[in-house]
Structures are given as structure tokens and as C-alpha cells.
Design a protein around this ligand. Structure first.
Ligand code: ZN
Length: 330
């Protein structure tokens, strides 16, 4: 039974649903979400999820329960089979180990490749302790497959995880790697291209919750940024209450995390893009957070800056603190 509780805690219901492409909007003030029911032919959203209690209920077909019940119903499995399925499918120990080995390999590459260090400096990241703490790595390219084969991993397992291309090339080639963890478990890898390739890349799996929420979630005032390099420079400047959703679109799980403390202040420090995308996202998210009982503030940075480029251009912690003080209600 203890096993079952651990399983349910390790796989939040919303996270599971998201990974199965369930889309939802918030319903009601607290951590409630509604979307189309995955258990019956639903035309109007009638499937409700309470993210805090980890429970669902469908007003269409009248069924409800926890994650295991959902698996029993959707896959027509017994309770015992559902538990086994979740253990196998969703906490793939081998897969998590594979990601850990990958992150460790890329970590060791970071210090061997001068272009990686130069890139970090160009993004304003200088503190070796922080680089270590974030577990940053670098994929030089072409060598992950050989390294992991030596540790007994098959070509297919790497391909399945999205770590290599069918030709055997590192999919993260020439990228700085940020490991994304949730409750200590490595759930994804974010790669930022240092060259001309498409800048952002994640493995084809859930991006997980808010970055470093285990430590940031304790703050009653948090700063939310778009990118992990924004987070890195802010942590370096002492703003350890900064978290990141990797993009401006928050998943239901990430929203539920922000909303887990009523009255929390959330400072949205998105990019001041020329095309207004960051500001637009902030203007949409702000009222949404407010209606959930949070205090949302929009942080304005000088034109065409994001928090990272602002610090790279010479801003100090004091400059950014001034931006926080001048933040406007959303
Ligand atoms: Zn239903």
C-alpha cells in the first residue's frame, strides 16, 4: 500500500494526463481543471481534475477516482495490473538512469570544450559553483552513442529516448544542457544551441513541473521567467526565488504549483520582444493567476531585453531589483 502512495505521489494525475495529451483549462479558484473526458465520447468538457487532491471526476459519465482508477478505467486493467503498468510505463527506472548517464557524460564534456565555456561567458554565466549546482553539460556531438554503448545501452534505447538520430548523431549536438528534475528525478533535458541551429530543444516527453520548484516553492514571492539562461543569471545575482516554465505557456501542473500557496506574489519577467509575444503572454497569464488568488505583477525590462540579455548588457542586481519595485499589477 505504501508502494501505491509513493507511486501516486511520484506521478501527479495532471502530469499523467498531460503526457497523454489531455488539454485543460482552469475551472474554479483552486487547482481545478476541466477538459474533455478521456473515458467517454465527450463533446463538452465535463472531466474535472483536482490537482491538489490528485483526483478526477467526470460529470458526463459519472466516474471518478485517483490515478490508478483512471488507468483501470481507460485501459481496462485490474487494480494490480494498473499499479504494475504505472510502475513500468511511467517511472521507467532504466530510462531515468539513461538520462542520468547522459547528463553525467555531457557534464564532463562541458569542461573539455572551450566553445562551451565561451558560450556560458557570453550569456553572463561565470560562477563555477552555480554551473556545477545546475548540473550544466555540453553536447559536443557524435560521441554519446559510443559512450553509452560502452555502458551497455542499446542503440534502440537511445533512439527511443530521443537522444540520438537514426543516423546515430547526438540530437543535442552543439547545445548547452540543463537537466530538469522533479522531486530529484531527472525528467527531461533542455538543450540550448550555441550555434545557428534552432535554439531550444527538449526530449519528446513531459517538460515536468516548474524548474527547481522544490527550492523555489518555499518562497511567498517568486519570479517567473521564460528561459533557463534567464534563471541562471538571476540565481547568480542572488534572486534564488526565480523559477522557469521553459516558455511562456504553463502546463496545468505548473499552474497548480504556483497556486499551491494562496496570496503568493508572482513577478512575470518575460522577454520584452519586439513582436510583443512575451508581454502578451504576461498579460494573459496575470489575470489568470489573480483569479486563482495570487498577486501577479508584470516586470518591464528595457526594450528588446530579457532578464539574461539585461544582465549581459551590464545590469546589476540593484537594477533588476528596481524593475521588480516598478512592476505593475497584471
Ligand atoms: Zn466521462
Amino acid at each position: 500500500m505504501q508502494d501505491v502512495e509513493r507511486l501516486k505521489q511520484g506521478i501527479p494525475l495532471l502530469d499523467y494526463l498531460e503526457r497523454h495529451n489531455w488539454t485543460a483549462r482552469r475551472a474554479g479558484p483552486r487547482q481545478e481543471f476541466v477538459g474533455l473526458c478521456p473515458l467517454h465520447q465527450d463533446t463538452r468538457p465535463s472531466f474535472y481534475v483536482n490537482a491538489r487532491k490528485n483526483l478526477f471526476y467526470c460529470h458526463g459519465c459519472g466516474r471518478g477516482g485517483d490515478l490508478i482508477r483512471l488507468v483501470e478505467l481507460s485501459l481496462r486493467l485490474s487494480f494490480r495490473q494498473s499499479v504494475e503498468y504505472l510502475k513500468r510505463q511511467l517511472v521507467p527506472a532504466g530510462d531515468s538512469e539513461l538520462l542520468e548517464q547522459t547528463a553525467a557524460f555531457y557534464r564532463s564534456e562541458l569542461h573539455r570544450r572551450p566553445e562551451a565555456g565561451q558560450y556560458l561567458v557570453s550569456r553572463g554565466l561565470r560562477d563555477p559553483g552555480l554551473i556545477e549546482e545546475l548540473g550544466l553539460g555540453y553536447a559536443a556531438g557524435g560521441s554519446l552513442h559510443r559512450h553509452l554503448a560502452g555502458l551497455g545501452y542499446s542503440f534502440e534505447s537511445l533512439l527511443r529516448a530521443g537522444l540520438i538520430s537514426p543516423q546515430g548523431h547526438d540530437t543535442f549536438r552543439r547545445r548547452i544542457l540543463f537537466p530538469c528534475r522533479q522531486q530529484g528525478r531527472l525528467v527531461n533535458l533542455y538543450g540550448r544551441s550555441i550555434g545557428a541551429a534552432f535554439p531550444h530543444r527538449l526530449l519528446p516527453r513531459s517538460k515536468g513541473g516548474l524548474f527547481a520548484w522544490e527550492s523555489v516553492g518555499q518562497f511567498s514571492m517568486v519570479i517567473l521567467v521564460e528561459g533557463l539562461f534567464d534563471l541562471a543569471v538571476l540565481w547568480q545575482a542572488g534572486f534564488r526565488n526565480t523559477t522557469c516554465a521553459i516558455g511562456t505557456h504553463l502546463t496545468p501542473l505548473q499552474l497548480a504549483q504556483l497556486e499551491d500557496r494562496p496570496g503568493r506574489s508572482v513577478y512575470l519577467a518575460f522577454d520584452e520582444d519586439e513582436n510583443q509575444a512575451g508581454q502578451q503572454a504576461g498579460r494573459l497569464l496575470g489575470p489568470r493567476l489573480e483569479s486563482a488568488g495570487l498577486r501577479a505583477r508584470l516586470v518591464r525590462l528595457p526594450a528588446r531585453h530579457d532578464p539574461n540579455s539585461y544582465f549581459v548588457a551590464g545590469a546589476t542586481a540593484g537594477d533588476f531589483a528596481a524593475c521588480l519595485r516598478q512592476a505593475q499589477p497584471a
